[in-house]
Design a protein around this ligand. Structure first.
Ligand code: IMP
Length: 237
């Protein structure tokens, strides 16, 4: 900006409100090109790896809980910020929707420690031994809590969006990519598990990608309503 230029360049920070590096790896590429004036950080980038207990009974509730907690924690550091949180569950029809909202804590652990991905995968395969109906769906809810520039004053909002993908559960692990239950989940009409795809291919169809794409569309609408350009506007040197 020159001394005579009164245009303030307003930057917005999106914080990925998760301590899970696997989710960050998937979400980052889907968010990177909204605007050159939007920068993306994860909690680790900011040295803010706080844990938020998932105490709600729905994915929506837990996603909002995480977005609100991280927003409150970091709101003093950024004028314009959006905390974006993901909560995901795998819902198996023959298990009446389990593990669902409890997907991260599915396998019972004798010492009370959180189960690993491997523990949860083993537990699901055991629970489904001999079950013929193996239909399931992955569901993600993305919650955003934000404060963005408005024409005359700042605008605060909360927003949720969901993405869901149907598929089937395999009888054994297949593939080495991805994380969590990926080696067991075959999205409909693909014939391969998520773990047999790379991130780029998973991002063309996944539950998380669908929810993030909707969140980005909602965010663009909110920003444009408040005169923040999401086109390729470059700040003046
Ligand atoms: P949460 O959303 O952090 O509660 O995560 C729920 C659990 O579901 C994670 O610990 C993973 O085991 C699993 N999970 C979440 N997203 C995915 C995914 O995209 N693929 C496979 N497993 C996932």
């Amino acid at each position: 900006m020159t001394a005579t230029d009164t245009t303030e360049v307003k930057k917005i920070t999106i914080v990925l409100a998760t301590g899970n590096p696997d989710k960050v790896r998937e979400m980052r590429p889907l968010l990177e090109n909204i605007s050159p004036l939007i920068e993306i950080f994860c909690l680790r980038d900011l040295g803010a790896e706080i844990e938020v207990d998932e105490t709600e009974k729905t994915l929506e509730g837990n996603a909002l809980l995480k977005a609100r907690a991280i927003f409150t924690h970091l709101a003093g550091r950024f004028r314009y910020m959006i905390a974006l949180a993901d909560d995901t569950g795998l819902e198996v029809d023959s298990l009446q929707g389990a593990p669902g909202v409890y997907s991260a804590r599915y396998a019972p652990m004798p010492d009370g420690t959180p189960p690993s991905y491997e523990d949860n995968v083993r537990h699901l395969l055991e629970r489904m031994q001999g079950i013929v109906d193996r239909t399931a769906r992955f569901r993600t809810v993305i919650a955003m809590k934000g404060r963005v520039p408005g024409e005359t004053e700042d605008f605060s909002f909360e927003q949720t969006s969901a993405g869901s993908v149907g598929g089937t559960i395999t009888t054994e692990k297949r593939g080495n990519e991805g994380f969590g239950y990926d080696p067991l989940f075959v999205p409909d009409s693909t014939g391969r598990t998520y773990a047999e795809m790379g991130i780029a291919e998973k991002n063309t169809m996944s539950h998380r990608a669908l929810a993030v794409i909707k969140a980005v569309a909602d965010l663009k609408t909110i920003l444009e309503m408040h005169s923040f350009s999401t086109t390729a506007f470059q700040p003046r040197p």
